[in-house]
Design a protein around this ligand. Sequence first.
Ligand code: FAD
Length: 300
Amino acid sequence: MLKDIFMALSENQILNGAAKKYGLKMGAQHVVAGTNIAETIESIKKLNAVGISCTVDNLGEFVYEKAEALEAKDQIIAVIEAIEEHQVDAHISLKPSQLGLDIDYDFAFENLKEIVALANKYGTFINIDMESNKHLQPSFDILDELSKEYDNVGTVIQAYFYRAEEDIQKYKNFRLRIVKGAYKEPEEYAYQSKEEIDKNYVELIEWHLLNGKFTSIATHDHNVINHVKQFIKDNNIPNDKFEFQMLYGFRTDMQLQLAKEGYNFCTYVPFGNDWYGYFMRRLAERPQNMNLVVKQVFNK
Ligand code: FAD
């Protein structure tokens, strides 16, 4: 019930638009690294100092104007330049819809290509985040086209989709982030129950650890993490074939602990003014995250 409310709020374009004007509010500052690149580089440096690498996401969605998509592209290019200038251990996560996929496929493709080409020059990896089902196939198409020319690009497999098993086999030679899936998807395309999603999630991780190039296990679920640790041990999976990932500000103690134990760890670092949809999806996933909001209200 709460999940549905937060999911509907995350898609409300009026609230998304309004939130941009007011800076980080409602506790979002605990899970968003900053509103600008300078603040974000400082957050990355702090994580790097404790042995954690970062993937940086310039927040933004519901982009239906070319000018807005071009602005997002320029911002991502500026982040790539900043990563290079400051020599921080970080790469980029981006959403095709922010770069114009809802406007025109070719336009979005050209924006992505410009980003991937520049990043390739610096040896910076670009992860194409996966969004809702309507973006899924065009995002894979973009990856197919880009990978003909560049090898610094990879993507995400969302375990709630029935087609995930087929996709993971097709893309096994890519660096892949495997997640449960964050959007509300219909039964036509996706598993609905937590049990089915969790089961498929673990199976996909195991398959890719055994057969794939590099696996990013992106979850806050300690049961999955403990299971994977044992699986890795039992199957002698080398440390340089996988990493754990979590979102900035969530389970920080566990993030530090995993890095301390010697696992590669990468924190997903979102930044920018367009934080509202991202924040509402996190509340939908785990209504207990409302604590962040409540603390904010009462600490004033
Ligand atoms: P859940 O199923 O939400 O939680 C499982 C259990 O873990 C909970 O019952 C609880 O016991 C424990 N737990 C979870 N969170 C906490 C917490 N904060 N504190 C204490 N205990 C907790 N989705 C996409 O669709 N596309 C993407 O490109 C994408 N990229 C992602 C990148 C990263 C780095 C991460 C971490 C997630 C990404 N996601 C993405 C979101 C993902 O699909 C899930 O929606 C999200 O991670 C929630 O699922 P979960 O696996 O973390 O655990």
